[in-house]
Design a protein around this ligand. Sequence first.
Ligand code: HEM
Length: 119
Amino acid sequence: MMRRLFFIGTGLFWLALVALAVMAWLAQPAPKLPIVEKAHGISLAQVARHASAEDCWMAIHGTVYNLTAYLPEHPTKPSIILPWCGQEATEAYQTKNKGRAHSPRADQELTNFSIGRVE
Ligand code: HEM
């Protein structure tokens, strides 16, 4: 009788342990990946395919940024920034088209939109 109880107890213990392990595994949060993070570089030809207000990528300082969501936030009229969608825009970003660099705040903002390195 005791022997049976012992085996049932041990069985239930392991069952509970396995169930807990499975639950812990299932409860793991899905890894948070940026929408289009690429393992290898993104070519400028690929960047060039995203050249509109609805889908705007730029290459700046060797990093590719998806700036679609940022365009409406940019503090100028759209015609200043839109022509740079799909482009290598390092110089435009560095000079704001007229010789002045963006502020550290702008540099910080930019990092939010990085999707990969230029290949
Ligand atoms: C690449 C093309 C771009 C051009 C030609 C451009 C041009 C300009 C211009 C003309 C101004 C307003 C005038 C001034 O403050 O001196 C400005 C301001 C600003 N831009 Fe851009 N911009 C570009 C991209 C970006 C990007 C990608 C970001 C950030 C994600 C950004 C963030 C800002 C911010 C935060 C300001 C306010 C002033 C500052 O903090 O420097 N811009 N930009």
